[in-house]
Structures are given as C-alpha cells and as structure tokens.
Design a protein around this ligand. Structure first.
Ligand code: TYM
Length: 341
C-alpha cells in the first residue's frame, strides 16, 4: 500500500491557551471549515495536552477549551460533517506519543525552531513536555492515519518532523506504509498573519500587548480601533504586489484583507492601488467587523450553553476513539507489546 492509498483524511488542532486570534482564524479555522465536504474526512481537535506544555491555570483550562470549540463551531465547523473533540478525552493520543518519544531522536527535537523560540535562554527551565511536543503532534495526526494537515506557516517544520517519525516507525518495525507520510497544507494569503505593531513578528495569542492582535471575541469598536492604530509606513498602496516588498506592515494588512474577503493580494492591490491608509484602514476595519461580528456573537451564544458544547465534544471524542483505538492496538502489536486482553 502506498501513502496515497490511505483514505484522504484531514487532521488539525489548536491549543486552548489564551484568546483565539485572527491569525488562528485565517491561517487555520476558516480553512478547516472550507475543507469539509466530499474530498476529505475531517477531524479537528482542541489540543489541551499540548496547552499544558506551558503553565495553564487549572481553573481556566476547561473554559478555554470550550471557548476554542465555540470559535470553531461559530466559524462553520459542523460537528455532523467533522469530528470535533478535545485531545485529553481520547487516551490514545498520549499513548502513541510515548511510542513516538521512543522513535524520534533527540537531535531531531534540537532542530525545532519553535522550541528554540519558546524556550529562549531558558531552555533548562522549560517543561520536558515542551521539548517532546512535536512527537505528541505526530501522534495526533498519525493516530488517525491522516494524510493532510492544514496549518499556518509556523507549523510546517512540525509536520515535516511527523513525516520523519512515520517513515522511521515504518522502517524500524518493518511495516511499510503502516503510517502515511502526511502532507502539510499551507495555502492562501493568510498562512502567516503578522503582529499589528511589528510586521516582522507573528500575530500570536501570547504577545505582550493586546493592540498587536485581533481576538475573535473583540467587539466592533475594538477591531476598528486596532486596525486604525496598526503600524504602517507613510507610503500609499503601490500599483503592484512587488511594491510591497520590504514593507512588512503594509503587506500584512493587504494579506489580511485578502484572507477576510477570500480573494488574493493581487486583487486587493488592483482595487486599492494608490490609496492612502486613511482610505484603506477604515475599509479593512469595516470588512473585519462584517466578517468577525457574526462569529463573535455566535460564540457568545454558544458559551451561554456550555452543556451543549460539552455534548458535542463528548460525541466527537467517541467517534475519534473508534478510529484511533484499532490503529493504536495495531501499533502496540507491531512494537511487540504483550497483549493478554
Ligand atoms: P496553535 O494553537 O498555535 O495554532 C493553531 C493554528 O493556527 C495557526 N496560526 C496562524 N496562522 C497564520 N498566522 C498566524 N499568526 C497564526 N497563528 C497561529 C497555526 O499554524 C495552527 O495551524 N502545534 C499546533 C497545534 C497542534 C496541531 C496538531 C496542528 C497540535 N497537534 C496536529 C496540526 C496537527 C499549535 O500550537 O497550533
């Protein structure tokens, strides 16, 4: 069997840590919603085991998990079409991650740029989980024999590593093509949404200032204010995309506009060539409010009924487990573990 002989299946995940940002929405959740349909089976996971690789307040974690779930549901992820669940409810993730900890090499982990960025000068003090994080991520995807992984640009290296883990496992245990080598899907204008105050840094949930990111829960006034205050250069928008080279903040706002309106940066430039920020920023703010307000109101409505969110996650976890458990059992068998029941 070749890797392509595996059922086309999408898996992706998001951490319940901090607010869901416009980067998460454009780089991931919006695209996940668009991938539901006849081509792929789609499995989306709120990865709470990943979240605790850095400290999460226990009293807040459950609610953060519900909030990310609400953001996904409000953005069009349909629990009838997709399997939607939180990671810790399907034990097989942690179990397969352990096996992959024993397959992956320390040298591979040492090359992970995200670990280096997150650990910084503090590498001796961060959790062992943060270091082993990419092996858990590989387990998430390979547990379902998923073939495609839609993510933002920042996750590319982790998806490449899971391909290495799959290949090494298949070789070590003489099981050709048991695990597929999943393809990253990093497409569209918004695979790297940047910080609104510094166009060379990624927009992230954990940045210092709230003004540098748009949160999915921001109200219309806050969204408008943040875009109006976003850093830019004094030049108007150029005639062609080439003219945005070396203008990271300007490029970012054009990309965000393209992502929100589901078009291309070229189309945005064609429409706004020569426009100053006094025209472009209010247009972008209006577009963002028009697209995000319905999502944030739906999130608020869903968060008023946590029991319904919990039911959706419970059902999703049951469906996920039906796929995961036989693959985990087969993995144990290939590794040679004694199974007596
Ligand atoms: P996380 O929670 O940091 O982000 C979730 C998704 O959002 C994307 N993203 C962005 N895309 C564009 N611009 C941005 N500024 C931006 N910020 C975040 C991320 O690329 C990601 O796709 N390790 C993963 C979660 C994970 C996972 C997995 C993903 C765990 N297991 C298995 C895929 C498959 C993470 O921390 O994502």
């Amino acid at each position: 069997m070749t890797a392509t002989a595996h059922t086309p299946r999408v898996f992706s995940g998001i951490k319940p840590s901090g607010d869901v940002t416009l980067g998460n929405y454009l780089g991931a959740i919006k695209r996940w919603s668009e991938m539901q349909g006849p081509t792929f089976e789609t499995i989306y996971c709120v990865v709470d085991l990943h979240a605790i690789t850095v400290w999460q307040e226990p009293s807040e974690l459950a609610n953060a998990t519900r909030e990310v779930t609400a953001a996904m549901l409000a953005s069009g992820i349909d629990p009838e079409k997709s399997i939607l669940f939180n990671q810790s409810q399907v034990h097989a993730h942690a179990e397969l991650a352990w096996i992959f900890n024993c397959v992956a090499r320390v040298g591979w982990m040492n090359r992970m740029t995200q670990f280096k960025d997150k650990a910084g000068k503090n590498a001796e003090q961060v959790s062992l989980g943060l270091y082993a994080y990419p092996a858990l991520m590989a387990a998430d995807v390979l547990l379902y024999h998923a073939t495609h992984v839609p993510v933002g640009e920042d996750q590319k290296q982790h998806v490449e590593l899971m391909r290495d883990i799959a290949t090494k496992f298949n070789n070590d245990f003489k099981a050709p093509d048991f695990f597929p080598t999943p393809e990253p899907i990093i497409e569209g204008p918004s695979t790297r949404v940047m910080n609104l105050r510094d166009g060379t840094k990624k927009m992230s949930k954990s940045g210092d200032s709230d003004m540098e990111r748009i949160n999915m829960t921001d109200d219309a006034d806050t969204i408008s204010k943040k875009f109006k205050k976003a850093r830019t250069d004094p030049e108007p928008l150029p005639e062609t995309l080439e003219g945005l080279k070396d203008r990271p903040e300007a490029r970012n706002l054009v990309d965000i506009y393209a992502g929100l309106s589901s078009t291309t940066p070229e189309t945005v430039i064609a429409e706004y060539a020569g426009a100053g920020w006094g025209r472009f920023k209010p247009a972008l703010a209006d577009l963002a409010v028009a697209k995000l307000s319905p999502i944030s109101s739906e999130m608020a409505r869903l968060m008023n009924d946590p029991a319904e969110i919990d039911r959706i996650l419970a059902r999703g976890a049951e469906r996920a487990e039906e796929i995961a458990q036989p693959i985990l059992e087969k993995t144990y068998e290939l590794v040679g573990m004694l199974r007596t029941r």
